[in-house]
Write a protein that binds this ligand. Structure first.
Ligand code: FES
Length: 144
């Protein structure tokens, strides 16, 4: 039985939106202290929308696939819509992740939120659905 869905394999083998945005409007970094994997998201915002999203990931295959999927899901969304991207939504879009890789999906959504928070702080704006701190930003684990 294959461990990863075709979609995960596709995003891992051909990750979308890899790279940096030099004049990014916001950047967000997230790491997993257990495995040591790291992810950075860069966003470009225009008229309250994520005009461009790029990422750099030093991590496992699932983390690469997750970052790629998050970047695709976020691109073109308003900031309010983008902060609603949760790890479980990302895993769902990837047609599932093995249970022991589920934590990898937290990194992507959190790094994106951090980039959005960075932008909001620079601009002095509040974004609906984006709390003041990183704490409690874990997935709601709403479904299995
Ligand atoms: S094992 Fe570290 S992010 Fe997947």
């Amino acid at each position: 039985m294959p461990m990863y869905s075709d979609k995960v394999m596709d995003h891992f083998m051909n990750p979308r939106n890899v790279g940096e945005i030099n004049d990014a409007d916001g950047t967000g970094e997230e790491g997993n202290p257990v495995c040591g994997d790291m992810m950075t998201f860069y966003i470009k915002v225009k008229d309250n929308r994520l005009e461009d999203v790029k990422f750099k990931t030093f991590g496992c295959g699932a983390a690469v696939a997750v970052s790629s999927m998050v970047s695709e899901m976020a691109k073109g969304k308003t900031l309010e819509e983008a902060v609603k991207i949760t790890p479980s939504l990302v895993a769902q879009e990837l047609e599932g992740l093995p249970k022991n890789k589920y934590h990898c999906s937290n990194l992507g959504a959190q790094a994106l939120r951090r980039a959005i928070r960075d932008y909001a702080q620079k601009k002095g704006i509040t974004i609906e659905g984006l709390g003041p701190e990183e704490k409690g930003e874990e997935d709601e684990e709403s479904e299995e």
